[in-house]
Structure formats: structure tokens, C-alpha cells
Design a protein around this ligand. Structure first.
Ligand code: MRU
Length: 345
């Protein structure tokens, strides 16, 4: 693993502050669950699987800070901790899957036992994401041919997963299989996860990377410079419609228009079979300053109206395959995802 984005160390949560990368590599030791909620909201920890893992550890941290020895009182306070995490970011379903797992793990004869069980469950959730992202990367690498140039959007590497990565994991696994690969990375406005984080991670892996602005993708597809697009996901509905970083839908339509395969790579913790349609996925609206400012510098007239949806939905007809740790799913997605659900989830 290239970098430990999230680590449980001596009863505290150590995170690598992703908002400071690549200029500064700053680790923060969080000993209070409110700081973890804030780190998720402010995207110092970000990426769907990483948010789930951070929330699980954050809940364990919140539990350890509850002082009562009365089990009912403890469980009532724990419920509030979980609610704070549920309200931190709405789109990535990994967060809610992790909260559900932690709820179920809150069992034991006494408070001390429950606290212990929560730490162990958070560690399990983390380890499972590491294993799942590694497995899906190896499976997905089979879709990548020697000499491919891939295009990816946002950041779906170890930072975003607290594991091996999803889209970037597939690219890295292809390289490890001896394939020559290179990557076009879209900068990913407004918060520049592509420019700041994906280029940083790929460079550390020694994978050739070309940074482009979001608006250049169509040009390079038309020039036949892109062999496939691969992205991560924040939530995949039962019909395969996929929420991912804003701009993903545009890339999927462009890829379709140019006959370029478009792959989504995600662990099954990103699948939400409770939603029949992707259009039911809640889309986070973030602050206008993320659009009017770049790294604190104003780039737009003061007081201008701004829209800032953080994610969009890609309909399933634009998705060539969904790569998970349990297999690669192709259309018809409703059937494929349901079968996977009944078999494994
Ligand atoms: O707002 P972010 O940076 O948390 O959004 C992240 C993404 O959209 C990623 O592409 C997605 O979570 C996949 S991470 C493996």
C-alpha cells in the first residue's frame, strides 16, 4: 500500500489530511468523534470507501468517550454519535453501510465489552475494504490491455479507499501484471481531486500520467488518445445507475459517443440495492465558495449565484461494466446486481 490514508493508532484515528495534498503531507491524530465528523464533512478524509472506514473508527472513538457505565444510557449516547456521522455527507452509501455494521456490533454484556466490540468491528470493516479493493483491482485488470491509455476522473486510489484503490487499483494491478499503461487525469473541478491527488498517487506508482482540464476530455477522445475510461463510485443503485463525482456523467456520454468502454470500479459496499433507481440517490450540494474560489483565491465576482452539486448520476446504458470484488457485472444490471445481492449481500 502506497500511503496510509487512515490508521487506528493507540486508540486514536490518524488521517492523512487530503485537503493539504500534494503540497503538504500532514497527518492528524483525532481523539474525538466530532473531529472525525468534521474531517469527513470538510473532505480531509474523502472517497466513498474511506469515508465508511473513517466513520466506523469515528464511532468506536465516540463510544470510547462515553463515560457512563449504564448500558442503556451508553446506547442512547452512541445513537447520537451515529446520527452525527449519518449527517456528515449524504451520497456515498459506504458511510451508511458502515454505520449499520457498527449498530449491529454494539452488543455485549457491559459497556466495556461493547466499546471493545466496536473497535474490533471498525478494524474488520477496514480490513475488508483493503481485501475487497485488492480483489476487484485484480479482476478489473483483466479488462485492461497492454499499451492502453486510460482516462480517470476524481480520485479513486488508496487515499479514497483506505485500501488498494478502485479505479486506480485496477490501473495499478494492470501495471503489476506487466502491462504498459498510461493515464489521462481530469483535474476535477471544483476541488481538484484529480489534479491534486490522482496525479500524486500515480506518480508514486511510476505510472505515466497526463493532467488535463475537465473540458479537454472530448478532444482527446476524438483524437483516439483514450482506450477506456475507468472511474470509482459513491453509490450504485439496484438498476446500475451510478453516482460518482460531478462530471462523471459527461465523461460517460462522451465515451459512449466515441465507442470507448466506460468502466465503474467499486467494492460491493458501494452498492445500494434498496434504491430501485439511481435518481433516488441523494446528491450532496456543497458550499458556493468551492466554485467561486480555488484554494482560497476568489475567481468569480462576489455574490454571484452558484450551483455546486458534488455528484451526478450515470445511467446504466453508458456503463460497459461494473467491476466489484465478487465479479464483473455487465448489462442487464438489474438482474446482475440482484443476483449478486441474493448470493452475497
Ligand atoms: O467528494 P469526494 O472527493 O469524496 O468524491 C469521491 C468520488 O467521487 C470518488 O470517485 C468515489 O468516492 C470513488 S472512491 C474509490
Amino acid at each position: 500500500m502506497m500511503v496510509r490514508a487512515i490508521e487506528w493508532l493507540n486508540g486514536k484515528l490518524r488521517i492523512l489530511d487530503q485537503s493539504k495534498l500534494p503540497r503538504e503531507q500532514i497527518f492528524a491524530d483525532l481523539d474525538n468523534y466530532r473531529d472525525v465528523v468534521l474531517a469527513i464533512r470538510e473532505m480531509r478524509v474523502r472517497g466513498a470507501p474511506a469515508i465508511g472506514v473513517a466513520a466506523a473508527y469515528g464511532i468506536a472513538l465516540g463510544a470510547s468517550g462515553i463515560e457512563t457505565a449504564n448500558k442503556d444510557e451508553f446506547l442512547a449516547q452512541l445513537q447520537q454519535v451515529m446520527q452525527a456521522f449519518a449527517a456528515s455527507r449524504p451520497t456515498a452509501v459506504n458511510l451508511f453501510q458502515a454505520i449499520e455494521r457498527m449498530k449491529k456490533a454494539a452488543r455485549g454484556d457491559g459497556v466495556a465489552e461493547i466499546k471493545n466490540s466496536l473497535v474490533n468491528e471498525a478494524k474488520r470493516i477496514h480490513q475488508e475494504e483493503v481485501t475487497a479493493t485488492k480483489q476487484l483491482s485484480q479482476l478489473g485488470a483483466g479488462l485492461i490491455k497492454d499499451g492502453f491509455t486510460l482516462l480517470t476522473h476524481c480520485n479513486a486510489g488508496p487515499l479514497a479507499t483506505a485500501g488498494y484503490g478502485t479505479a486506480l487499483g485496477v490501473i495499478k494491478a494492470a501495471k503489476d501484471q506487466g502491462k504498459r499503461v498510461s493515464v489521462f487525469v481530469t483535474e476535477t473541478r471544483p476541488l481538484l481531486q484529480g489534479a491534486r491527488l490522482t496525479t500524486w498517487e500515480l506518480r508514486q506508482e511510476g505510472i505515466p500520467v497526463t493532467l488535463i482540464t475537465d473540458s479537454m476530455a472530448g478532444y482527446f477522445m476524438q483524437q483516439r488518445k483514450i482506450d477506456c475510461v475507468i472511474v470509482g463510485a459513491d453509490r450504485i443503485a439496484a438498476n446500475g445507475y451510478t453516482a460518482n463525482k460531478i462530471g462523471t456523467y459527461t465523461l460517460a456520454v462522451l465515451a459512449n459517443a466515441h465507442g470507448i468502454p466506460f468502466y465503474v470500479a467499486a467494492p460491493t459496499t458501494t452498492i445500494d440495492l434498496s434504491l430501485t433507481s439511481g435518481y433516488q440517490i441523494p446528491i450532496e450540494e456543497r458550499s458556493p465558495e468551492e466554485v467561486t474560489h480555488i484554494q482560497g483565491v476568489a475567481i468569480a465576482p462576489e455574490g454571484i449565484d452558484v450551483a455546486n452539486p458534488a455528484f451526478d448520476i450515470t445511467p446504466n446504458q453508458y456503463i460497459s461494466a461494473i467491476i466489484t470484488e465478487r465479479g464483473i457485472i455487465r448489462a442487464p444490471y438489474t438482474e446482475g446486481l440482484k443476483e449478486m445481492g441474493s448470493r452475497f449481500l
